[in-house]
Design a protein around this ligand. Sequence first.
Ligand code: DQA
Length: 144
Amino acid sequence: MKILIINGPNLNMLGSRETDVYGNKSLSDLESMLIGKKHDVNLEFFQSNSEKEIIEKIHSQKTENYSYGIFNFGAFTHTSIAIRDAILSVKLPFYEVHISNVYAREEFRHKSFFNDIAIGSIVGFGFDGYEFALDKIMRGKDGS
Ligand code: DQA
């Protein structure tokens, strides 16, 4: 099983960016943490600050056949109909993750273009949100 983990704009700045909101750990700490879970699964990590590159990565599903996505599109969450359409153009079930509780923040962060097409959304649990999504994928639909 192959899982695509996309982190969108500014998430390459984790560890130094607004540490009161996002914590002190870096994106590579996050990736190491998920790899360290030693699930029998192929994790592919992709980070980009470019909407175009994210869309093209999602289009690669046509040949890559990822089983699932775990996506944190950062600020594009609240703006990008184009990324939403990219997901709808390929078959790629996914979980939406946000490190911070976007619903406790500015109102413009309350809108997500992804929460109605995600399997589920996990917000406000820090890096653990990615781990919850991965565990859930590994345990399957019935949670066993
Ligand atoms: C974020 C929340 C977004 O509103 C913000 O633009 C981000 C990070 C999060 O993980 O909490 O870049 O997606």
